[in-house]
Design a protein around this ligand. Sequence first.
Ligand code: P6P
Length: 353
Amino acid sequence: MSTAPARTPVTRTDHTSGTFHEARMVSVQQHIMEQQETHPDASGQFSWLLSGVIQATKIIAAKVRRAGLADILGSTGGQNVQGEVVQRLDVFANDLLINSLAYRGNAGILASEENEEPVVIHASSEYGKYIVLFDPLDGSSNIDVNVSIGTIFSILHRPPGDKTEIDPVAEILQPGTKQIGAGYVIYGPSTVLVYTTGSGVHMFTLEPSSGTYMLHREHVRMPEGGNIYSVNEANSATFPKPVQDYLAEVKASTTPAYTSRYVGSFVSDFHRTLLKGGIFMYPATTAAPNGKLRLMYECNPMALIAEQAGGMAVDGRGRILEIDPKTLHQRSPLFIGSKREVTAVMGHIAAGD
Ligand code: P6P
């Protein structure tokens, strides 16, 4: 396996200290190509597809930035397959991703949180080699109050073999371990892209003036432990008892003392957990007996990123990535974050508190 060529470091002056230090001005396109070079048999098709997803997020970011001015806030008045009120920006992001990927040429099947059925672009897997799943705008209930939201995506190969009659859902229903790429974009104070293709987790910031995602952290590692728990406490009365016991334990802890953070956008709560450690939980509740987050295009991509960064992601019984999916929009309980925290929750569950 070849290794990526050494980068030519770009030096720049740190005006605070006046010292030179290396600044690797690496765009996400360059980074994707370098990742591709470590796969000698790579055709470049996957890189082309991944760039298409990333290109669409730049346009979404621009729209989100001007949402209040572009008369695109508010709801459409309709509901999606999840029974959730659809925001106008949801529709914009969804349509944009579908159209961007449809013209990419190598996406065969698309699946979106906003579409009950998959969108078949190429029936033949000879042309449409890939499946792309996405939540086009996660956290959309926060759009109108200017809280960070995001796009989550997952990429799979289509199963081999051309079929006269394809069953797109059957092709999509693969466990998370089969993902060949996953990532998210968080539209926050800055627009940040995080992605993995199985060789670590890499983070980029959108440089607004040039419209380029620039590398700012490579091989991101999630802290082994973290003192932040993230859960919607309004539901705690109906959490399974082991989860209630874990929460009581962390609230009583003084060394370390824990704190609670909950944004209400999965992308935001996960991004903080990736960088600072801790745990995000969306357990089963009375209202959501299988949890609220969707397995295929929320839990799986984030679970791959968490594990690639040294964290864990479970449904309370086992790895999220090993769940054998049964339906496209199925939900799963989710405990994701630092090894120490997720292991502690699993300890309570195993003890059958
Ligand atoms: P609750 C947003 O609607 C979302 O799907 C995730 O982004 C977020 O983590 C979750 O729902 C919040 O759900 O029930 O706490 O409002």
